[in-house]
Design a protein around this ligand. Structure first.
Ligand SMILES: Nc1ncnc2c1ncn2[C@@H]1O[C@H](COP(=O)(O)OP(=O)(O)OP(=O)(O)O)[C@@H](O)[C@H]1O
Ligand code: SF4
Ligand SMILES: [Mg+2]
Length: 346
């Protein structure tokens, strides 16, 4: 297994993480040997098509996988300790305290029988020892920060009295209220309008600068990655296929899948009439019927014989960037002239 070298000490290292779902005799390997690290005080973006294992990776880190799912291997090293070896009681203390999560589905983390203020305020009561009244005042401040109108009224309402977008923002307020050391944000702003989205990303950045919070940002939006992330892990079919510093990834994407993702981004600096948005051909293979070799091979314009036969390893270069592709593999003895960048439209 490769180790990741970063200029910063990692707060979290995920090593060969494996999570499967078991239905009947079938094992679906949703997360299949994932490796990445999150340097302290930095933001790691996780990107990849729907079903690539982004949410299951984050739920596995927090040990929130439920039956028929199970973490079947690997390590989740947070501040030097493997979370997979902690007791459930220890995990409860870590969740919502040292690590907090903004879930893709807001209703999963809001309790319908408590008001918004009771739920956000709990963090202030537990972590800062505030009384009820002060905790409500701080909750109102948090609601203001995430752009909720009439926060004095909303703080006394129940989740079902709020719109979906507002619930999402309440959840963000809750996740940020305890000043976590690591925030895992799963598509935090996808459902929100652009202004609110910008406001919330700004708020996260501000907390990161002030408190040194580390962030895992899961998103479909490469624009959000470019703006907010320091590093990025690209996932495909339960595996990381490229890990790089963000600037490096946008300047010099190497994996054919990453190249395809970037090519499908609308560009503002190209005349719209001339622009032909390329999409990655084909679709993601079924997790119960994965290709034997490289999982991207059926869609890859550069696939050669070896790709269909053998899965490439995640290999690291001297800068700590990683790639899982035969073209870049030191083990590969194929045609050195193959140039994936010839396919780029930029
Ligand atoms: N409850 C479940 N039962 C069986 N398989 C599951 C279950 N939840 C997830 N999976 C499997 O895990 C894979 C990864 O799911 P995950 O939710 O992590 O995808 P994702 O990358 O977060 O996608 P999206 O971008 O749509 O949120 C799915 O393709 C599916 O095969
Ligand atoms: S290993 Fe082969 S099929 Fe897979 S991405 Fe690289 S070139 Fe394409
Ligand atoms: Mg998801």
């Amino acid at each position: 297994m490769t180790t990741i070298v970063n200029d910063n000490q990692p707060i979290l290292e995920v090593r060969d993480l494996r999570t499967s779902f078991f239905t009947g005799n079938v094992e679906v390997k949703a997360v299949d040997g994932v490796n990445f690290s999150v340097p302290k005080g930095k933001t790691l973006g996780i990107v990849g098509e729907s079903g690539s294992g982004k949410s299951i990776t984050s739920l596995s880190i927090l040990r929130l996988i439920q039956n028929p799912g199970k973490v079947v291997g690997g390590e989740v090293v947070f501040k030097g300790k493997n979370l997979l070896e902690k007791s459930e009681a220890q995990m409860r203390k870590i969740r919502g305290n040292e690590i907090s999560m903004i879930f893709q589905e807001p209703m999963t983390s809001l309790n319908p029988v408590y008001t918004v203020g009771q739920q956000i305020g709990e963090a202030f009561q537990i972590h800062e020892g505030l009384g009820k009244k002060k905790a409500i005042e701080r909750s109102i401040e948090m609601l203001k920060l995430v752009g909720i109108p009439s926060p004095e009224k909303r703080v006394h309402q129940y989740p079902h009295e709020l719109s979906g977008g507002m619930r999402q923002r309440v959840m963000i307020a809750m996740a940020l209220a305890c000043n976590p050391e690591l925030l895992i944000a799963d598509e935090p702003t996808t459902a929100l309008d652009v202004t609110i989205q910008a406001q919330i990303l700004e708020l996260m950045k501000d907390l990161q600068d002030r408190l040194g919070m580390s962030i895992i940002m899961i998103t479909h939006d490469l624009g959000v990655v470019a703006e907010t992330c320091d590093y990025v892990a690209v996932m495909y079919c339960g595996k990381v296929i490229e890990y790089a510093q963000v600037d490096e990834l946008f300047k010099n994407p190497r994996h054919p899948y990453t190249v395809g993702l970037l090519n499908s981004l609308p560009r503002h600096d190209i005349d719209l009439e001339d622009e032909e948005l390329s999409v990655i051909k084909g679709s993601v293979p079924s997790p119960t019927d994965l290709p034997k070799g490289c999982r991207f091979a059926p869609r890859c314009p550069h696939a050669s014989d070896i790709c269909a036969l053998r899965l490439p390893n995640l290999e690291e270069d001297e800068n700590g960037n990683q790639i899982r592709c035969w073209i870049y593999s030191e083990e590969w003895d194929g045609d050195p002239e193959v140039n994936v960048h010839a396919e780029r439209t930029t």
